[in-house]
Design a protein around this ligand. Structure first.
Ligand SMILES: NC(=O)c1ccc[n+]([C@@H]2O[C@H](COP(=O)([O-])OP(=O)(O)OC[C@H]3O[C@@H](n4cnc5c(N)ncnc54)[C@H](OP(=O)(O)O)[C@@H]3O)[C@@H](O)[C@H]2O)c1
Length: 300
């Protein structure tokens, strides 16, 4: 049975990957407490002892704003980490599947033109720069890799926009939410991306692939769709990026076209609206229950 090592396995994609791949393969799923990808010697020891055929790197420093003030840590995890995994993969002949991001682009393409894999990169944040450098470090060490650039990830587990917004809607219904309506992207379900990774495992695919949902929307559109799917009511107002300043700059256009997956007939990604519906149908109750603040009765 094929042996797979998943790093960053407690993150939102890592958990979905482990759940999907465990059904079929011999999966070892570890996070930073067991395998810190920043430590080259730890990575070497783990890979040499396990001898996996595939390494799926879901580990990353993903807090985009925090990357601005913790740049050194971001570069270590997002750049040195993938380089360490690539070096270890070369020693054992493993194929490295690494996850990257739409934030390697500057978003200056006019909406709704989508970015394809060969478009020039130009990240505008520390997060984007460190992720791009991670891609380049892998490419400098091996050809035996798949880099999957995804976007706007959400899932049942971990930190994501959907959980943040839903927490506010459920717990502070009187608060009017201002949501950015001039950044465009494709909300992507981490479970669907895990299915895409699964699809690629039994192919000879190598190189850079875009892997995000089909279709696009703004953060405001996503908020409205989420509220509608859960049959909730909330006060939501659209705003501009300038009206909602953040430490890190973000691309206005994050729309990715899965050109290589499609041309190789490997694309399993679906429309963002149908995936959001399915996500809510499957996990809506669990999600709302986990986000609803428990109120304790006043002492009598
Ligand atoms: N989230 C998005 O919207 C988005 C968009 C585009 C691309 N991506 C990419 O998709 C991938 C998966 O993202 P995600 O949302 O699943 O991220 P996530 O939920 O933040 O998971 C990342 C995991 O990596 C762990 N980690 C951090 N430093 C590590 C280290 N030195 N060694 C080993 N593990 C470490 C984290 O642990 P701690 O939580 O303890 O730090 C966390 O469990 C990442 O490559 C990310 O860049 C994400």
């Amino acid at each position: 049975m094929m042996k797979i090592l998943i790093t960053g396995a407690k993150g939102q994609l890592g958990q979905d990957c482990a759940a999907v791949l465990r059904n079929k393969y011999d999966v070892t799923a570890v996070d930073v407490d067991e395998l810190d990808i920043v430590s080259a010697s730890t990575v070497d020891a783990a890979v040499l002892s396990l001898q996996p055929e595939i390494i799926v790197n879901c580990a990353a420093f993903t807090l985009v704003d925090a990357c601005e003030s913790q740049a050194e840590a971001a570069w270590q995890v997002n750049t040195d980490g993938p380089a360490n995994l690539a070096a270890a993969a070369v020693k054992t002949g493993a194929r490295l599947i690494h996850i990257s991001t739409d934030y390697v682009f500057d978003g200056k393409k006019p909406v709704p033109e989508a970015y394809i894999e060969s478009d020039p990169t130009h990240p505008v944040s520390v997060y984007g720069k460190s992720k791009l450098a991670g891609e380049e470090r892998i490419m400098g060490k091996t050809d035996n890799f798949i880099i999957l650039r995804t976007a706007w990830l959400y899932g049942l587990n971990g930190k994501n926009f959907i959980r943040t917004i839903l927490g506010k809607v459920l717990n502070e219904p009187q608060t009017r939410l201002r949501i950015v309506n001039d950044q465009y992207g494709s909300p992507t379900w981490s479970y669907r991306l895990a299915m895409q990774i699964d699809r690629l495992l039994t192919t000879s695919a190598r190189g850079v692939y875009h892997a995000s949902s089909e279709g696009y929307c703004t953060w405001y559109d996503l908020t409205k769709a989420l509220i509608k799917a859960l049959d909730l009511s909330a006060q939501v107002t659209p705003c501009t990026t300038e009206e909602y300043p953040t430490p890190a700059a973000r691309p206005r256009n994050s729309i990715l076209e899965n050109k290589h997956l499609k041309s190789e007939d490997l694309n399993v990604m679906r429309n963002w609206q149908s995936d959001l519906q399915e996500f809510i149908k499957t996990h809506g109750h669990e999600l709302t229950a986990s986000l609803t603040r428990k109120t304790t009765g006043a002492p009598s």
